[in-house]
Design a binder for this molecule. Structure first.
Ligand code: 5GP
Length: 364
């Protein structure tokens, strides 16, 4: 576990061997992992080296996502050193360097393969040194991008080809929509997700993500309702910052999502809707602490859901910048305070079972 750092690493280190074995062997689902935020740094370094050698031997690639080699390298250096975020907005500036490296079908496939292996395999000790996989089931999400090398459909087909190397009981794909996207793009992505699902491809849900302060949430409702009608699960990043107004949160809840990402700043009215409709909350402890949207574990909104026995899914969000793993996020539940929440093994088992129940994908 040398690749993890911060609060999750501290919680993990405080556990004894029997507790670690318990967490490793616990069946659990990772339901909130962003592809481009979960790529092993070693894979990004390889891609960066290839990019540097190909741009010096040719006149340079003309991808619409191309940024200078210096910016890519400084982005990688930042990720290697470990990023310190003053606020959540700083987090989104990390992605242009990553996107420059995953802008071709080949690079995207390689990155996806490595992410799937990190979560689901035990065979490659350089990516996953534990004898158990991080999770029994992974619902990976990604925002289809278009550039000079591929359109959004090719993007999704590349990712799906890799996801589908695992059986449906182990992996599914959630297609993400970025809050910044205009309605035409949202429509295009929704229709692609529906078309691929109809073809029998492994698309299990639709997500709304991206800069939480961007976009107009008043216009997206029909698209998410259409997604639900087509049998896709719907999950929405919601109330992530204090800038997200109660009106916006109410609007997003009116889309009738199945699951919610973060849901950090709910008020009494919105909490009662979430509880009544039993919407599963995807909880990303390290992400919230490191983005400073939640100051301490003691004050984390997970407590209210644990108290209410409300469905939650412990998730890792972006293991690359947050230098965590799903196992280490579970360590935050089991470790005694101040390192973790000090839950009992039975309580942790119940939480893991909740994650499996909240899957969009099938359990065939
Ligand atoms: P991708 O969708 O490109 O595979 O994964 C990275 C993208 O996921 C980011 O550019 C961002 O739009 C989104 N993302 C990753 N983590 C978070 C998060 O914690 N909150 C929100 N709102 N979006 C996120």
């Amino acid at each position: 576990m040398s690749d993890i750092a911060g609060p999750a690493a501290a919680a993990f280190s405080s556990l004894d061997a029997a507790q670690i074995q318990f967490l490793q062997s616990l069946p659990k689902a990772e339901l909130h992992a962003h592809l481009n935020g979960s790529i092993p740094i070693s894979v990004l370094q390889e891609l960066a080296a290839e990019r540097a050698s190909s741009s010096s031997s040719s006149s340079g690639s003309s991808s619409s996502e191309s940024i200078s080699d210096e910016l890519v390298l400084s982005g990688i250096q930042k990720l290697l050193k470990g990023v310190t975020l003053d606020k959540i907005d700083d987090f989104f500036t990390l992605f242009p360097a990553i996107y420059a490296l995953t802008s071709t079908p080949d690079a995207l496939r390689r990155a996806t393969r490595a992410v799937l292996r990190t979560f689901l395999d035990v065979s490659d000790p350089s990516l996953n040194p534990n004898p158990y996989p991080q999770c029994s089931y992974l619902e990976l999400r990604t925002t289809p991008r278009q550039n000079t090398h591929m359109d959004r459909e090719i993007y999704l087909r590349c990712v799906l080809e890799e996801v589908e190397t695992y059986p449906p009981s182990r992996a599914g794909l959630i297609v993400s929509i970025d809050r910044k996207m205009g309605e035409e793009t949202v429509k295009e992505i929704l229709h692609l997700a529906m078309k691929l699902k109809k073809e029998g491809r492994r698309v299990v849900g639709l997500d709304l993500c991206g800069d939480p302060t961007a976009g107009d949430m008043g216009v997206l409702e029909p698209y998410f309702l259409e997604a639900k009608k087509a049998g896709l699960g719907v999950t929405l990043h919601i109330a992530e910052t204090t800038q997200n107004t109660p009106e916006e949160t109410l609007k997003l809840l009116s889309y009738n999502p199945d699951r919610l990402g973060h849901a950090t700043f709910l008020n009494e009215e919105t909490i009662s809707i979430v509880l009544q409709k039993k919407m599963c909350i995807e909880i990303c402890l390290s992400s919230n602490l490191l983005c400073k949207t939640v100051p301490t574990l003691e004050s984390h909104h997970i407590h209210q859901y644990l108290k209410a026995g409300h469905p939650i899914a412990i998730s890792s969000d972006d293991i690359l910048p947050f230098r965590t793993s799903l196992l280490a996020e579970y360590a935050l539940l089991l470790a005694k305070p101040p390192y973790g929440l000090g839950l009992t093994e039975d309580q942790v088992r119940t939480v893991a079972e909740m994650s499996l129940k909240a899957r969009f994908g099938s359990s065939e």
